[in-house]
Design a protein around this ligand. Structure first.
Ligand SMILES: [Zn+2]
Ligand SMILES: [Zn+2]
Length: 347
């Protein structure tokens, strides 16, 4: 065959030119002279193929991966062997050598390429959100018909902090850029909805109460028509606290514990335990605070009555005898609570 490039007639042909002419132009690999990799200077995550990857990898590894991603091996090459080497790193620029060996049409060829990898220090979208104080959720910590006590605020602060530390292992937006201390309660601004929801659940777990979410449209993405929402989550803790007296379904109950999903208490007139679902919080009415408990003395006992001294006017009050009063002795001090003109002894 005749090679139109060099005129030889006795050589192996590749397509319509001879192998030597083919190899003169041939390149085993293609590699840009310069590659840029964007790295977030705050969290070290990097931009790879349009995506920010959050896994931490050392700088050298980032350079090797950038080279690998940018090397294009020609289709005709067989048994290729590519060696990457970082010659030196000056500041943010790494000078690299890439050696490639491979076979084409039975002939082994070797190439060396030089490439400069530049690490561009920048700020990833997540870190830039954090820097600008971005938040997706506001937790409104409120109490039902009362003010929140300072110990409750301190406890809530602690729960928010603890939850966010735990969440930050899997959520970069688990942070609280702002706490607005309002008269009616605290507003905790939380970076992500996911972590905000967790914070609300943990507050409810500690204080009981009711959670309500209300999304508000903040803006609209004009290109997609999709709305951008911010979610307000109100955590309304009960008006009553442990040891207070409440009315529920016409029963007077002393609250013994407040949990995530229920209120537990003892019915005063029957000494019976009740478990009220937290979702019925609206129907639980606070009737007396634990601070309103009074102390009195037992004057006398008979099979029908137990007589006590009214601590207000020192008159004698007869109460129907009940089994629980058997252990009480005359002269003994006892606590009582007055609700709706009834006197309940607390044993
Ligand atoms: Zn030729
Ligand atoms: Zn970052």
């Amino acid at each position: 065959m005749f090679c139109p490039e060099c005129g030889s007639t006795d050589k192996k042909m590749v397509g319509n030119i001879c192998i030597d002419c083919f190899l003169k132009e041939f390149q085993l690999i293609e590699l840009p002279k310069r590659i840029e990799v964007q790295i977030c200077s705050h969290c070290n995550s990097k931009l790879e193929e349009g995506k920010w990857s959050e896994e931490f990898i050392p700088e050298e590894e980032i350079i090797y991966r950038a080279l690998e991603r940018n090397i294009k091996v020609a289709d005709e090459v067989e048994n290729e062997n590519i060696t990457l080497e970082i010659e030196q790193i000056r500041g943010t620029i790494a000078n690299c050598n890439v050696e490639a060996i491979g076979e084409v049409q039975g002939t082994q060829i070797e190439e060396t390429h030089e490439c400069e990898v530049k690490l561009l220090k920048t700020v990833c979208p997540t870190c830039s959100k954090i820097q600008s104080g971005y938040y997706e959720t506001v937790i409104q910590f409120r109490a039902d018909s009362r003010e929140i006590r300072s110990e409750e605020y301190a406890k809530a602060d602690e729960i928010v902090e603890r939850t966010l530390i735990k969440q930050s292992k899997s959520d970069k937006l688990a942070y609280c850029p702002q706490i607005a201390k309002l008269k009616e309660g605290y507003d905790y601004y939380i970076g992500s909805f996911k972590s905000g929801k967790k914070v609300a659940e943990n507050l409810k777990e500690e204080f009981g109460g009711v959670i309500k979410e209300s999304p508000r449209l903040i803006s609209e993405d004009k290109s997609t028509g999709k709305g951008l929402y911010r979610i307000w989550i109100s955590v309304r803790i009960p008006e009553f606290e442990v040891d207070d007296f409440v009315k529920y379904e016409d029963k007077i109950i002393k609250v013994t514990s407040i949990g995530k999903n229920s209120v537990v208490g003892v019915e005063l007139s029957a000494n019976k335990k009740h478990n009220i679902p937290m979702k019925n919080m609206e129907d639980i009415e606070l009737v007396k605070k634990s601070s309103e408990v009074e102390t009195t003395t037992i004057i006398s006992k008979s099979p029908q009555f137990i007589q006590i001294l009214d601590p207000i006017d020192y008159s004698a009050v007869d109460l129907n005898m009940r089994e629980e009063y058997n252990s009480l002795n005359v002269g003994e001090e006892i606590e009582l609570i007055r609700i709706d003109n009834n006197v309940y002894l607390l044993i």
